[in-house]
Ligand binder design. Structure first.
Ligand SMILES: Nc1ncnc2c1ncn2[C@@H]1O[C@H](COP(=O)(O)OP(=O)(O)OP(=O)(O)O)[C@@H](O)[C@H]1O
Length: 251
């Protein structure tokens, strides 16, 4: 078994009297897609926040690439290769796709935002941004203003922004939300193509996509992991079938 890229050890988070993350332990291996599923309010997004560093757990540890990062800030984790794909709201609608990704490349390279840059730097920035766009199948849309793109394309762009940060692990919170059937198909193919290069922790409600993509699945209920297993194990688990997913989604 390879060394996990991400390891959560006994994470616990309370909001007032409510325990939203309850002793969660799981791993993501290099090249693995580990999906976290569960009913609304189960604590999936709160878990992602604790991994990315926007929320501190009350107890437990987050270990990334062998380092204990529990006390690290969000930017420090991002620089170390833990990239969270943000909701579309992080995209600047008036900028082109290329400009949006170039901003992320610049953030990654640590230089401050400057409107007037030497031409050779600008060329390097654009080259890296273009490569990230190619990686998500948006190379031909580089010059298009983000605000005029389709929902699915914005999702692809959001992924390109995350990839521009040169991550080792991608945290994806409902990447298929709001996508139509064709867009979903395209995005699932894209995520599948990324899996070998990155570890992926995927939170997603679309069970068809989860079962098509995931190497392992953890089911979260009231903040607790009730089972972690392969897609087949999850599909055939009687409690999961009846209580958490709905029979129709398992067909
Ligand atoms: N900052 C907060 N303060 C208090 N309660 C919170 C806070 N954030 C989340 N919660 C509560 O924690 C629980 C888990 O929320 P969370 O958004 O993590 O669930 P989820 O599994 O992502 O849900 P969904 O599938 O609907 O997105 C919910 O009951 C929510 O109301």
């Amino acid at each position: 078994m390879p060394e996990p890229l991400l390891e959560l050890r006994g994470l616990r988070k309370r909001f007032g009297g409510l325990t939203v993350t309850d002793d969660v332990s799981l791993t993501v291996l290099p090249g693995e897609i580990h999906a976290v599923i569960g009913p609304n309010g189960a604590g999936k997004t709160t878990l992602i926040h604790q991994i990315s560093g926007t929320l501190r757990p009350d107890e437990g540890e987050v270990v990334f690439a062998g380092q204990r990062v529990t006390d690290w800030s969000f930017p420090r984790r991002a620089r170390a290769g833990l990239a969270r794909s943000f909701q579309i709201t992080c995209i600047v609608p008036g900028f082109t796709a290329l400009e949006n990704v170039a901003l992320a490349v610049q953030a990654r390279s640590g230089s401050s935002f400057r409107f007037f840059r030497p031409a050779h730097l600008e060329a390097r920035l654009n080259e890296a941004a273009r490569a990230a766009l190619e990686g998500v199948g948006l190379g031909h849309r580089a010059g298009v203003v983000a605000g005029s793109m389709s929902h699915g394309e914005k999702r692809q762009l959001e992924l390109a922004v995350a990839l521009a940060m040169e991550p080792r692990l991608l945290l994806l919170d409902e990447p298929l939300a709001g996508a139509g059937p064709e867009e979903t198909e395209r995005l699932v193919a894209l995520l599948r193509s990324l899996r070998q290069r990155y570890g992926i922790l995927l939170v997603e409600h679309d069970m068809g996509a989860v079962f098509a993509l995931a190497d392992r699945v953890s089911v979260l209920v009231y903040g607790r992991v009730v089972i972690t297993g392969t897609v087949e194990e999850i599909r055939s688990h009687p409690e999961v079938r009846s209580a958490y997913l709905g029979e129709d989604e398992m067909a």
